[in-house]
Design a protein around this ligand. Sequence first.
Ligand code: SF4
Length: 316
Amino acid sequence: MTDLSNPPQPEEGRPQRQRKPDWIRVKAPVSKGYHETRKLMRELNLNTVCEEAACPNIGECWTKKHATVMILGDVCTRACAFCNVKTGMPRIVDSMEPENTAVAAGKMGLEHIVITSVDRDDLPDGGASQFVKVIKALRRETPNTTIEILTPDFRGKMRAAVEAICEAGPDVYNHNLETVPRLYPTIRPGARYYASLRLLEEVKSHDPMIFTKSGIMLGLGEQRLEVHQVMDDMRCADVDFMTMGQYLQPTPKHAIVEEFVTPKAFDAYGAIARAKGFLQVASTPLTRSSYHAGDDFAQMRAAREAKLAKAALKGA
Ligand code: SF4
């Protein structure tokens, strides 16, 4: 019998998981479109960050046949405190992956595709050549699909990697800063904040026409002014598109959620980011780098065209 005068206490020294607020709850993935997307990915031996990162939007995105392909395997050489992807010694790179990614894009009829990867610090080029092969295969097989890539930081190999990828000509180059610099030692210990910023700058200096995109997670213990500073840093690197979404703890072993940021606070951050001059901002609890990426890309492209037209009018 339970002794109610002495209820069980939380494990000492172990912070308790916070209950998710209503605005985070999402429907279970059960639709026909979800199962078709899943089947296609299995048939083509492709991994997705949607599954590996346990993304809360998978039901919605896969129903619409939007999936973010994760190339270079499903094992990462880093172990970030926020990320659910497996860590260890990765397997050999799949030479069919570029072709299979293009086949998937064609079968799903994608107007816009997002490609990401695990970190591959074990490879001499960090995996850059696989990104190049994927971009080329997509251009060949589905020439009307716009391409967004979300890359790692290519630690120690960044310049050559960025150069090779930019030459392949993606439409959007995304690299996430993930959090504020103060939290890097605990949340993203294998990376350096200023190296990531430098990568974003490098993309723009290599090809000013490529849209650049970056994002952070909120709820990891960051302060408001630190978030504003990240926005300023991104603008200094001429980043076009900023994303902000709620961090969710994938398992009890990962970093805890310090705070569930309210939708109202996300709106306020979004307004500040827009005032700082980003072409496009996505800031909601469920925002992820690739969430609604196609619609956001179309809006960003229109915003750039409007900005250029306005500048031309002024100069005339
Ligand atoms: S938001 Fe991105 S990662 Fe999440 S399910 Fe949608 S496409 Fe996949």
